[in-house]
Design a protein around this ligand. Structure first.
Ligand SMILES: [Zn+2]
Length: 309
């Protein structure tokens, strides 16, 4: 069976507040900073509040979505007086934690997010990177009381738009359901446990342990579904159907209800069987996404250990 060996993961960055109203990451980072957590065993840790102005305002962002700013094209564009705040901040973060696609970047970047959708704990990462997949497998095996899932994005690294793409390896931790601007202890504890397990996995990796490979299930994006809209005003004419609400990752079959119109009509799903997620995510109303649909695929993960030389 295939085996991968990689250099030790010496530098971990933990980021929160990339979206300023997603409170688990904001408080996790603040707490780690209060306790001066900058090293655990073999791992040096940098904690970052990614979007401090949005955190102060308790908004997702000030000018534009920070977590869409990290493509190689945007990172190489010059910063001017008219550059939006988040894009300027993205350049600062790229200088601090990257630069993206360089040898200087942090070894692993974990960016903490919340969703208003009932998604449990998800690791979201770009394909071809087996480090987050191993961490996912480890967390999934230890956190048995929580649904732990992986969503794989298929963009090449240069087109990867989110903060975790600045590190050599990275993933977003997406945890919900939690309303924006609200802290829930159950969700906070899930995040805390996942971060602790991530650090534990890195310690094991850096001390020479081999982590066995095997089959893992991941979700890959197929398409977005918008709300039904009035053709003239473009206003939404329906809400997520109660039978779909909170049923993220439950297979959607043709004929299953998706929306309930404001005059009481049920809109049924048409198309191939797929898995819905980010169902009724607050931040996606402005992106015209009612939910996303993905496929569940099985991936063969090679075993992994540290390169000794
Ligand atoms: Zn977020």
């Amino acid at each position: 069976m295939e085996h991968v060996s990689l250099p030790p993961l010496c530098h971990l960055a933990i980021c929160g507040g990339t979206h300023g109203n997603e409170m688990s990451g904001v408080y996790m980072v603040r707490e780690m900073q209060k306790q001066n957590v900058d090293r655990v065993g073999s791992v040096s840790i940098t904690t970052v509040l990614s979007n401090p102005r949005a955190v102060d305002a308790c908004r997702r962002y000030i000018d534009t979505d920070l977590n869409r700013c990290f493509t190689s094209e945007l990172m190489s564009a010059p910063v001017t007086d008219s550059t939006p705040y988040e894009l300027r901040r993205a350049h600062e973060l790229n200088a601090q934690l990257g630069p993206k696609e360089s040898r200087e970047g942090v070894d692993l970047l974990c960016d903490i997010h919340n969703t208003t959708s009932n998604m449990g704990l998800c690791l979201i990462f770009y394909s071809l990177d087996c480090v987050p997949l191993h961490i996912f497998k480890y967390i999934q095996s230890k956190m048995t009381s929580t649904p732990v899932r992986a969503i794989q994005l298929d963009e090449p690294k240069s087109e990867a738009f989110s903060l975790e793409s600045v590190g050599k390896h990275g993933f977003a931790l997406e945890v919900g359901p939690q309303p924006n601007g609200v802290l829930r202890a159950d969700i906070y504890n899930m995040v805390k446990q996942a971060i602790d397990l991530c650090i534990e996995w890195i310690q094991g990796f850096n001390s020479g342990s081999t982590f066995e490979g095997g089959e893992v299930e991941v979700y890959t994006w197929v398409k977005n579904v918008d709300y039904p809209r009035d053709p003239t005003t473009k206003e939404i004419t329906a809400a997520i159907h109660p039978q779909l609400q909170d049923n993220d990752f439950k297979l959607l079959r043709p004929g299953d209800p998706t929306f309930l119109t404001f005059f009481g009509e049920t809109v049924k799903y048409e198309g191939e069987e797929l898995y819905p997620y980010f169902v009724n995510e607050n931040a996606y109303y402005e992106k015209a996404i009612a939910f996303q649909l993905g496929k569940k695929i099985s991936k063969t993960l090679p075993s992994i250990s540290m390169k000794r030389d």
